[in-house]
Design a protein around this ligand. Structure first.
Ligand code: A3P
Length: 350
């Protein structure tokens, strides 16, 4: 049985927060090595800069991204040594990252403690699975190297910006995507909460325009989704392509699919004991949202200096179709038509 409180040699993931706390001496000063290159990249015009949050946004390889994330990519390319056992969760922001972090973590750790004692009761999913885009930008390369296998890490990078170490390795990638219209709404609320009110950010219509034109952080959502989709068709055994709406509709089926993909399928005994349903319940927004750690807790984010993100911000409605309360029919149709056009011939539909 793994000891989640220390466990340097655990054979299941332990919450990243614990690893970081016990290895804090390995945190380096963020490197300045790439500052000159970053400073030379095109800066997003001021209108759009108000729409994203936290610092300057610059154009790197045709994708608008915050400076710290660009730094993360450059350091990752130099330092990440991917292991075949690594598991990466990739997603466009606001597409179900928190949920999938919980699901992957709970799936891999399910045999080691009873559900009542599971670390997700005391750790937000983002404290269990580290966000490597920022981790590498903020001097955590050595800690990442010291995470025991199997490592689970997350990224919002488009597939083509992943370091060679990942794309050339045989590791697993779980990708989750979601109706872009709901992503947009979710993002608008999330940024409002972080910045402390609707008056601090662009209007929803400006946000829509920005998103429609693909000027948002991490680039156009259609390219993001298509990049992973195409790769998952080439390597389905290594890239699991999931849709938020499908997980909501059939959570048990998706939980089994995830466990199978991760190489730890549910046994017949587990299925008979209702373990799949317990994992689904543990990771549901209803359960997570009501835990003290997610009601009252927060963690620092290096994407925005001096900003602490309250864990509660990650859990809003967790439904599909909230865009209907924010977009006119015309706005929605225009968006869908554009996305369908981008997806044309790929076999993918909203
Ligand atoms: P809404 O704002 O539409 O409610 P991310 O985790 O990528 O930041 O995405 C956040 C979105 O996922 C939010 O959507 C949030 O409410 C939803 N979410 C968070 N945890 C969830 C869970 N356990 N189940 C379903 N949805 C969840």
């Amino acid at each position: 049985m793994a000891n989640y409180d220390s466990a340097p040699h655990a054979d299941v993931p332990i919450p990243y927060k614990i690893i970081e706390e016990t290895n804090s001496h390995l945190i380096d000063e963020p490197t300045k090595e790439h500052d000159t290159l970053i400073a030379s990249l095109p800066l997003q015009p001021s209108l759009e800069r108000t729409i994203t949050f936290a610092g300057h946004t610059r154009l790197y390889k045709d994708v608008w991204m915050r400076e710290n994330i660009i730094r993360g990519i450059l350091v990752m390319q130099q330092c990440l040594k991917t292991r075949p056992t690594d598991i990466f969760l990739a997603s466009f922001p606001k597409s179900g990252t928190t949920w999938l972090k919980a699901m992957i973590f709970a799936t891999l750790t399910r045999t080691n403690r009873s559900i009542d004692q599971h670390p997700l009761h005391t750790h937000n999913p983002h404290q269990c699975v580290m966000f490597m885009d920022v981790g590498f930008a903020t001097g955590r390369s050595q800690i990442i190297e010291n995470i025991p296998s199997p490592r689970v890490m997350s990224t919002h990078l488009p597939y083509f910006l992943l370091p060679d170490s990942i794309t050339e390795s045989n590791c697993r990638i779980v990708y989750v995507w979601r109706d872009p219209k709901d992503v947009l709404v979710s993002m608008w609320y999330f940024v409002q909460k972080i910045l402390g009110g609707a008056d601090k950010i662009a209007t929803f219509d400006q946000y829509y325009k920005n998103f429609y034109e693909g000027l948002n952080s991490y680039g156009p959502i259609w390219n993001h989704v298509l990049g992973y989709w195409e790769e998952s068709k080439r390597r389905p055994e290594k890239i699991l392509f999931l849709k938020y709406e499908n997980i909501l509709q059939e959570p048990v089926k998706c939980a089994k699919q995830l466990a199978h993909f991760l190489g730890c399928p549910y046994s017949e005994a587990e299925e008979n004991q209702g373990v799949v349903e317990q994992i689904v319940e543990l990771c549901s927004i209803k359960t997570l949202k009501n835990l003290d750690v997610n009601k009252d807790g927060n963690h620092a984010t290096s994407t925005a200096p001096n900003v602490h993100i309250s864990h509660a911000y990650y859990f809003r409605k967790g439904e599909t179709g909230d865009w209907k309360s924010h977009m006119t029919q015309e706005m929605a149709e225009r968006f869908d038509t554009m996305i369908e056009e981008k997806f044309k011939g790929s076999g993918l539909h909203i």
